[in-house]
Design a protein around this ligand. Sequence first.
Ligand SMILES: [Zn+2]
Length: 329
Amino acid sequence: MAYSAEVVRRARQRLAMAKEDRESENRDHLARAYAQVPRIREIDMELRRTMAQAARAAFDQGSDGRDMLAQVRDRNLSLQRERAQLAAEYFEEGFLDETPICEKCGGSGYIGSSMCECLEELCRQEQKKEVSILSGSRDTFSQFRLDYYSDVPDPKLGASPRAIMERNFQTARRYGLTFHQNSGNLLFVGNTGLGKTFLSACIARAVTDRGFSVAYESAGHLFSKLEQARFNSNEETRAEAAKLTACDLLILDDLGTEMPGQFVTASLYSLLNDRILAGKPMVVSTNLNIDELSRRYSPQIASRLHGSFTRLTFVGEDIRVMKNRGANV
Ligand SMILES: [Zn+2]
């Protein structure tokens, strides 16, 4: 799973705080135990002494050394038993166990070079927060209303808008619910108000819920982020831009509504190219058809969007207009 550096940073910060809390709780328990049952402190001091003796005895290879080691070991075990009895007598279970925040990694978040599941879980949580902030939406596939689309067959389309939109809906839903690293790219084409943004947001939610990292951006926002990283470069703007290339799924909404310009065309081309070459999925929505994309950006960009994406054409009447009219749908 490719979490952004920022998500991992926040997750590690939370883990470090939880670890610190647990350690201070453990220290606090010990201090209370020492105050209440002074014998426990004596035992701990003696245990430390027997450890040191054992280390010295281990160096002595002779029979004296072996005897000594056996004695020390017996003493050590009897002290530990006494300590456990006192703990059981005076405190609730586990009070003096000094359990780490995570048994697997001890709270470091890593086992060797791989991420422990405790940190992985925190990354997932941070990632979810991120997407709900970005898309600001709780849209789910079950809220999609096909009855907004006419079921009267349209000869130009060869089917009713509803039948076409039902196919689009099923494709988008399947994409979101079964998303994986090789899911490929979707291109939503159609006029404003036909549900492109809604279905994009549903996909963002579903993919995030599956534990993948998602960047969801409107075109205007995306290009201004790239521009900041280019012309006002600092750690934060660079990290934001890097996320657009590195995330598992990039959703680019409303392509064609941003201010046009050479910078936009150049950065769109390299973003598309980088992600296509890396095999990283994208969902792009636009109200421009292929010819318009070619004129507005470049034939190369139009050809990328044409050749590497599965295109879904959104049809029907503007849903927002219909809702405002109070249409009985
Ligand atoms: Zn762990």
